[in-house]
Design a binder for this molecule. Structure first.
Ligand SMILES: C[S@@+](CC[C@H](N)C(=O)[O-])C[C@H]1O[C@@H](n2cnc3c(N)ncnc32)[C@H](O)[C@@H]1O
Length: 254
């Protein structure tokens, strides 16, 4: 399944249950600290987590996503953003169009990351900045260890289709695309969650749903039951807090 097809289906509930991607969007824009009126391209923009934060920082924002439903909702919620349905691997913009390009939680989902990064470099002006964000480490005092071990148990059982998301060395890929000054920033969010079911429903509102859907029906049902039991234990043990981290790979065009 193309990841954009999954996200097209998930669009109505995406980032609605917890302010997860929007929190990371604010963190990413804070790290970039764009100059006022910078022209920023948000690639694989989803419902505009980064776009909204960039507009608040005074950027002129163009957002593209391959999922039409995401683009429709983004445009409805953020009419000040120019939003277009577009494949990251084939950007329909002239060379040297933008000062900043951001790809948040998307580059590992596209079929050909090298093609997407090469397109991003093409549409950035000389000296332009790119920020590619991937899921990253986080400090949780060990409270997610059991949950994560449970998920890993089922990841080993995925029986059908392509894996959802591929491992990618972003720094290497950025250098290969011709970017320089490649470095990393690290950000985290820690969001209180009111109930096990809300956490599970949040999980099923983004890419995790692609993993669960790739399990046999019985395994998927069993994972949900065991995950909810584990989350119940976490709630009794002081409350559920969604701890997650991201690595922002920042680089520039020479
Ligand atoms: C995990 S979401 C991240 C969305 C947004 N950047 C955020 O932080 O909330 C990944 C997004 O990438 C989009 N996507 C996947 N493949 C794409 C492609 N080849 N070109 C453009 N967008 C793509 C999906 O439709 C989805 O909206």
């Amino acid at each position: 399944m193309r990841s954009a097809d999954l996200f097209d289906r998930l669009a109505p509930g995406y980032d609605e249950l917890l302010p997860f991607f929007s929190s990371f969007g604010r963190e990413i824009v804070a790290v970039l600290d764009p100059a006022p009126a910078s022209e920023l391209l948000d690639v694989g923009a989803g419902r505009g987590a980064v776009s909204a934060a960039a507009v608040s920082s005074g950027c002129r924002v163009t957002a593209v996503d391959a999922a039409p439903h995401m683009v429709e909702l983004l445009w409805r919620e953020h009419p000040d953003v120019v939003a277009r349905v577009m494949d990251a691997e084939s950007l329909d913009f002239p060379t040297d169009s933008f000062d900043i390009a951001v790809g948040a939680f998307v580059i590992h989902l596209v079929d050909n990351p090298a093609a997407a990064l090469s397109e991003v470099r093409r549409v950035l002006r000389p000296g332009g900045v790119v920020a590619v964000t991937m899921p990253g480490p986080y400090e949780d005092g060990g409270r997610w260890d059991r949950f994560n071990a449970l998920v890993a148990e089922y990841e080993a059982r995925v029986s059908t289709g392509e894996p959802f998301g591929r491992p990618l060395d972003v720094a290497v890929a950025l250098r290969a695309a011709g970017f320089v000054d490649v470095h990393e920033e690290h950000v985290e969010v820690h969001l209180p969650v009111e109930s096990p079911l809300r956490l599970w429903d949040f999980q099923m509102s983004h890419g995790f749903a692609g993993f669960v859907e790739s399990l046999d029906h019985e395994d998927a049902t069993e994972l949900r039951r065991r995950a909810l039991a584990e989350l119940d234990r976490m709630r009794a043990d002081g409350g559920i807090v969604l701890d997650r981290g991201a690595t922002i790979h920042v680089a520039r065009v020479p």
